[in-house]
Design a protein around this ligand. Structure first.
Ligand code: UD1
Ligand code: CA
Length: 420
C-alpha cells in the first residue's frame, strides 16, 4: 500500500476521561490505545503514518514509536487537525489517498480497514467512510442519506435535529479520502456549529454538494468501533480486547479454566497444552512454554520467560526472570531478575531480594537446585547445580553456593563444614 498515508488524530485532551494522562496513552490490556492503531496500519502494509498530537504533545511523542508526529497547537477540531498535515502530505507526490483514524478507536480490526480501502480504491470515490447501525446512537455523528440512499452529510449529535437524532446509522470515524478531495473539502468547511470547531465530518457535505462521489462501508460488529471517551468506555474496550486475547490463546491449544477471571495482556505467547487457572495475571510480552500449569492467583510480569512443563502456583509473582523447563514454583514466592535452570524446586515462601534500595541485582539458580521453604536469596547471588538451601535460610549477597553443596541458617553457611 505504497500510495496511502495514514493520519491518526491524537491531539485531544480527552476531557471526559478526567485524567492527567492524554487519552490516547491510556492502556488497554497493557498497551496504549494509540499503539493498537499504529500496529494495525503497519501490519496492513502502510508505512507512512502521521499522528496529530497536541495536548501534552511531548508526553505522547515520548511514548509512541513508528509515526511522524505533527503538532496541532490549538485544538480547533478534527478538520483543523487534518489541515495541519497539508504541507507534509501535498509535498509527497506518491501519496494519492489518505486514511484517517481517530486515536480513541483502538478496537478497529485490520479486516475492516482493508475493506474500506479496497472499496475506496475500486470505486475511485473522493471519500469512503465506515458506518454502523446502532440501537443507541447517542454521542456519534449521524449519517444523513437521501430518499435514494445516497449519502448527503454527517451531522454531529450536538447539532442534530430531533429527526436526525433518531437515525441509527452512525459515523464510526474511519475514512479514506482521495488526497486532493480531502484538502478541497477542508478548505471549504466553517466552524459554524455548536462547538465552533472545524469538523472533518463537514467535508462529506462539501464533497457531495460538489458531485464528488462519497461511498460508505457498513460494519456489523458494534464492538470494534467503540470510541473511548470515558472511563466506562475504557473499561468496555478492555473487556473486548481481553476476550480477543484469550480467544486467540485458546485457539492455539491453551486451556483457560475461567476466561472471565483470567487477565492476559498484549503480546503474551503461550504454547499448547498449558493450563491457566483462574485469577492469573500475565502481563505484556511474557512467554510461556507448553504443558505448564500456571495459577490460580499467579502474576507473571514483563520480561518473564517460562520453559516447558513448569508449575507456577498460587501467590507467585515473577518479573524479568527466566524459568527453566520442569521447574516448580508452587506457593507464595517472589522471583525478580533471576535466571533459574531446569528441574529446580523453589520451596514455598521463597523470596528473591533483588532490590537493595538503589539498584536491582541478578540471581542465578542452576539446574536441579533445591531451594528450601522460606529461603531468602539476597541478590546478587548464585546457587550452583544441585545445591540445596535449608528451610528459612538467608543466603547473603555474593555468598554463592557451590554446586552440590547445602547451606543452612541465617546467614546461610555450608552445612558440610559442621559434618564429619
Ligand atoms: C467524532 C466524530 C463523530 C464520530 C465519532 C466516532 C467529528 C467532528 N466527529 O466525534 O462523527 O461519530 O468521532 O468516535 O469528527 N482531535 C484532534 N484535534 C482536535 C479535536 C479532536 O486531534 O482539534 C482528535 C481527538 O484526540 C480524538 C479524535 O480527534 O482522537 C476525535 O475527537 P473527539 O472529540 O473524540 O470526537 P467525537 O466527539 O468522539
Ligand atoms: Ca471520540
Amino acid at each position: 500500500m505504497k500510495n496511502i498515508a495514514t493520519i491518526i488524530l491524537a491531539a485531544g485532551e480527552g476531557t471526559r476521561m478526567k485524567s492527567c494522562l492524554p487519552k490516547v496513552l491510556h492502556n488497554i490490556c497493557g498497551k496504549p490505545m494509540l499503539e493498537y492503531l499504529i500496529d494495525n496500519v503497519n501490519s496492513i502494509g502502510i508505512d507512512k503514518v502521521f499522528a496529530v498530537v497536541g495536548h501534552k504533545a511531548g508526553l505522547v511523542k515520548q511514548n509512541i514509536r513508528g509515526v511522524k508526529c505533527i503538532t496541532q497547537n490549538e485544538l480547533l477540531g478534527t478538520g483543523d487537525a487534518i489541515s495541519i498535515t497539508r504541507a507534509a502530505l501535498l509535498k509527497d507526490n506518491k501519496i494519492d489517498n489518505v486514511l484517517v483514524l481517530y486515536g480513541d478507536t483502538p478496537l478497529l480490526s485490520q479486516g475492516i480497514i482493508k475493506k474500506l480501502i479496497e472499496k475506496h480504491v475500486s470505486s475511485s470515490a473522493g471519500a469512503t467512510f465506515l458506518t454502523a447501525q446502532l440501537k443507541n446512537p447517542t454521542g456519534y455523528g449521524r449519517v444523513i442519506r437521501s430518499s435514494n440512499n445516497k449519502i448527503i452529510k454527517i451531522v454531529e449529535e450536538l447539532d442534530a435535529s430531533i429527526y436526525e437524532k433518531v437515525i441509527e446509522e452512525i459515523n464510526v470515524g474511519v475514512y479514506c479520502f482521495n488526497k486532493r478531495a480531502l484538502f478541497y473539502g477542508l478548505e471549504k468547511i466553517k466552524p459554524d456549529n455548536k462547538k465552533e470547531e472545524y469538523y472533518l465530518t463537514d467535508t462529506i457535505e462539501v464533497l457531495t454538494k460538489s458531485n464528488i462521489l462519497v461511498e460508505s462501508v457498513t460494519s456489523n460488529d458494534s464492538e470494534e468501533f467503540l470510541g473511548v471517551n470515558t472511563r466506562a468506555e475504557l473499561g468496555k474496550a478492555e473487556l473486548v480486547m481481553r476476550k480477543r486475547i484469550l480467544d486467540n490463546i485458546m485457539d492455539r491449544g491453551v486451556t483457560v479454566i475461567d476466561p472471565g477471571n483470567t487477565y492476559i495482556e498484549h503480546g503474551v505467547e503461550i504454547e499448547k497444552d498449558t493450563v491457566i487457572y483462574p485469577y492469573t495475571f500475565i502481563e505484556n510480552n511474557v512467554k510461556i512454554g507448553s504443558n505448564c500449569n500456571i495459577g490460580p492467583f499467579a502474576r507473571l510480569r514483563p520480561g518473564t520467560v517460562v520453559g516447558d512443563k513448569v508449575g507456577i502456583g498460587n501467590f507467585v509473582e515473577i518479573v524479568r526472570s527466566c524459568i527453566g523447563r520442569e521447574t516448580k514454583i508452587r506457593h507464595q514466592c517472589y522471583i525478580g531478575d533471576a535466571v533459574i535452570g531446569k528441574n529446580v524446586n523453589i520451596g514455598a515462601g521463597t523470596i528473591v531480594a533483588n532490590y537493595d534500595g538503589k539498584e536491582k541485582h541478578k540471581t542465578v539458580i542452576e539446574d536441579n537446585a533445591f531451594i528450601g521453604t522460606g529461603t531468602i536469596l539476597i541478590a546478587p547471588v548464585k546457587i550452583g547445580k544441585g545445591a540445596i538451601t535449608g528451610a528459612g535460610s538467608v543466603v547473603t549477597r555474593n555468598k554463592n553456593v557451590p554446586a552440590g553443596k547445602t547451606v543452612v541458617g541465617i546467614p546461610a553457611r555450608l552445612l558440610n563444614k559442621y559434618k564429619k
